[in-house]
Write a protein that binds this ligand. Structure first.
Ligand code: URA
Length: 209
């Protein structure tokens, strides 16, 4: 069963408040999403496995810890997920970055893949799929399907704000994918926006309407 982690670190919660505020402009919104993504990356990497190596300090020989285990990949869901990438790469600069683009079929209303580009060693990497918003869950589920179809076996999903409906569906469809969020909001409204949410994350990040 998938685990759902809500990052309640005070800095994340404080910055998220200003991300939510309607009068926060594009520049500040983008900076805050970047900062929160860095803080979330710090939390999400807490359990990465370590191994010991022998080193020489200026004083003596010593054993010391370095990261072990799988290499990391970050996969933003286009377009709003892009706003989270740089913040994550500040902490894990060697991670490779894939991209997944989906559009909503006007008839079925289901998300359809239009662009997927992943690192070539997909099955060897641990992936963090990122999107600021987890609303109905449809896009996240399909993005993770896109990765799994290409051989990814180790996937986490990270977002800023989630609706309970999205968390429920995502964890049901992908019970092997743990979910990391900064806030679990109240509900979706009839237009598909998360309430209280932060509005359209893509538009607010890129200054479009
Ligand atoms: N996508 C957004 O950008 N905002 C929402 O509230 C829901 C989906």
């Amino acid at each position: 069963m998938a685990k759902v982690h809500v990052f309640d670190h005070p800095l994340i919660q404080h910055k998220l408040t200003f991300i939510r505020k309607a009068d926060t402009g594009t520049k500040e919104f983008r900076e805050l999403v970047d900062e929160v993504s860095t803080l979330m990356a710090f939390e999400i990497t807490r359990e990465l496995p370590l191994t010991e190596i022998n080193i020489q300090t200026p004083v003596c020989e010593a054993t010391s810890k370095v990261l072990a285990g799988k290499k990391l990949g970050v996969v933003p869901i286009l377009r709003a997920g892009i706003g989270m990438v740089e913040g994550i790469l500040k902490l894990i600069p060697a991670a490779k970055v894939g991209h997944v683009g989906l559009y909503r079929d006007p008839e079925t209303l289901k998300p359809v893949e239009y662009y997927v580009k992943l690192p070539s060693d997909v099955s060897e990497r641990e992936f963090i799929v990122v999107d600021p918003m987890l609303a109905t869950g449809g896009t996240a589920i399909e993005a993770i399907n896109s990765l799994k179809k290409r051989g990814a076996v180790n996937i986490k999903f990270m977002c800023l704000v989630a609706a309970p409906e999205g968390v429920e569906l995502l964890t049901k469809e992908h019970p092997d994918v743990d979910v990391y969020i900064a806030a679990l909001d109240e509900k979706l409204n009839d237009k598909g926006y998360i309430v209280p949410g932060l509005g359209d994350a893509g538009d607010r990040l890129f200054g479009t309407k």
